[in-house]
Design a protein around this ligand. Structure first.
Ligand code: GDP
Length: 393
């Protein structure tokens, strides 16, 4: 699947930068265009792979390249005001060659948190291609303002995109690690999972490759219908001699051994599907109640088989209760692993989202209370003034 990626803010830019590197390394051909947008000049300069011509500094007249801190309202205002500059770099993208846009941002900060929903809304107004979001939730140790920013940005972002894929830093942070080192690892994890998912849709059907290759319309259909998505992943190393049906079994001429191989391959696939769905998701949640799902099995063609994928798909249907579970192969000839990636789209039972919604509601109530308080005070002041004025005369 070919994407036009737009990284908003520091986290967004770094993750898109990593996608570009992944794409070059694996030849997966998913990043048709990459743009980084920021209010902080230093963050744009720190990128390695996105071409300089595709790095857009916004808000120069207001923050002079120094960023907006954690002020996401200012981030949103600037994005709104300088949309023409962002559009200028999108104009250089051959949009007819992309299947979708992907807007990536950390939701706890200022620029990405405020700007990602604004750019998404803009893209949806102009283009017919789907606009997906990849939103990063902050760690709970980052502090209240980050949580509040994320709560607010999430609510708007999910409304403006065709589907919001989420990665929760909080579920992935490791203790005792430097923040930067931690982010590098986390970003690798993000790019690996989404790289396999989107890469699956780029393999040509037919030829000698497997029978049921995932195509981009299956990814698009799984994401269609909106809501929030999460991704599971599991892998197992395999020996890849590059051959077809296993040299040993051909030498020994044993049909039995072939059957054993097939059974082993099928079992490996079904257990990888379970591990991916029940292991750590990008956004931890109950998988029951998921609206749509897509299972991608990646690896050398000889380690993929239709029976295993079909079983895995059925199991996912049972676990999620969804009637819309797709599945297929992503043949990667040279790989020394078999991996399963599961996209769960339209998840409904997500504790972290409920927590964020609660934070947003409380903040809203507080705002009303504060507003009310200050109105009362103002009224009091005016009345006092009037009393004072009256007593003067
Ligand atoms: P912005 O530049 O104002 O949009 O803010 P940042 O992107 O620097 O930070 C927003 C949030 O993103 C932070 O609160 C972190 O939770 C998260 N974050 C920052 N950098 C990274 C990164 O490299 N990887 C990941 N996964 N999260 C990050």
């Amino acid at each position: 699947m070919k994407l036009a990626m737009i990284g908003f803010g520091q986290a967004g830019g770094k993750i898109v930068d990593k996608f570009v590197a992944y794409d070059k390394e694996h030849g997966s051909d998913i990043v048709r265009a990459a743009v980084a947008v920021n209010t902080a000049k230093a963050d744009l300069m720190g990128l390695d792979h996105i071409p300089e011509s595709q790095r857009v500094l916004i808000g120069q007249s207001r923050v002079k390249g120094h960023g907006v801190g954690a002020d996401n309202e200012l981030g949103a205002e600037i994005a709104e005001e300088d949309m023409d500059e962002v559009q200028g770099s999108i104009d250089s993208i051959p949009v007819h060659e992309v299947d979708a846009f992907l807007v990536v941002a950390g939701l706890g900060g200022g620029t990405g948190s405020g700007g990602a929903p604004v750019i998404s809304k803009h893209l949806k107004r102009i283009y017919t291609e789907p606009v997906y979001g990849l939103g990063i939730l902050p760690g709970s140790d980052e502090g209240g303002i980050y949580t509040l920013n994320a709560a607010r940005s999430f609510q708007t972002f999910v409304r403006e995109v065709d589907n919001l894929m989420v990665f929760d830093n909080d579920a992935w942070r490791k203790t005792g690690e430097s923040v930067q080192g931690g982010y590098d690892q986390i970003n690798d994890e993000i790019v690996k999972r989404f790289g396999i998912l989107f890469g699956a849709g780029e393999v040509e059907q037919g030829g000698e490759v497997a029978e049921s290759v995932v195509d981009s319309s299956e990814i698009i259909n799984t994401l269609a219908g909106g809501g929030v998505s999460t991704v599971g992943y599991a892998r197992e190393e395999v020996e890849n001699t590059g051959g077809g049906g296993g040299l040993l079994s051909r030498l020994t001429g044993g049909e039995e051994e072939d059957n054993l191989d097939t059974a082993h391959t099928t079992n490996r696939i079904t257990s990888l599907v379970r591990k991916a769905a029940l292991g750590r998701l990008t956004l931890p949640c109950e998988i029951e109640g998921t609206e749509r799902a897509l299972l991608v099995m990646a690896g050398p063609p000889k380690y993929l088989n239709r029976k295993g994928i079909e079983r895995g798909r059925k199991w996912l249907e049972e676990q999620t209760g969804s009637m819309e579970v797709r599945g297929g192969d992503y043949p990667v000839t040279g790989a020394n692993f078999v991996a399963s990636v599961i996209l769960l789209s339209g998840v409904n039972n997500v504790p972290r989202i409920k927590e964020l919604q609660q934070v947003a509601i409380e903040a809203q109530e507080n705002i009303e209370e504060i507003q009310q308080e200050s109105d009362d005070k103002l009224e009091g002041l005016v009345n006092d003034d009037e009393d004072e004025l009256e007593s003067l005369f």
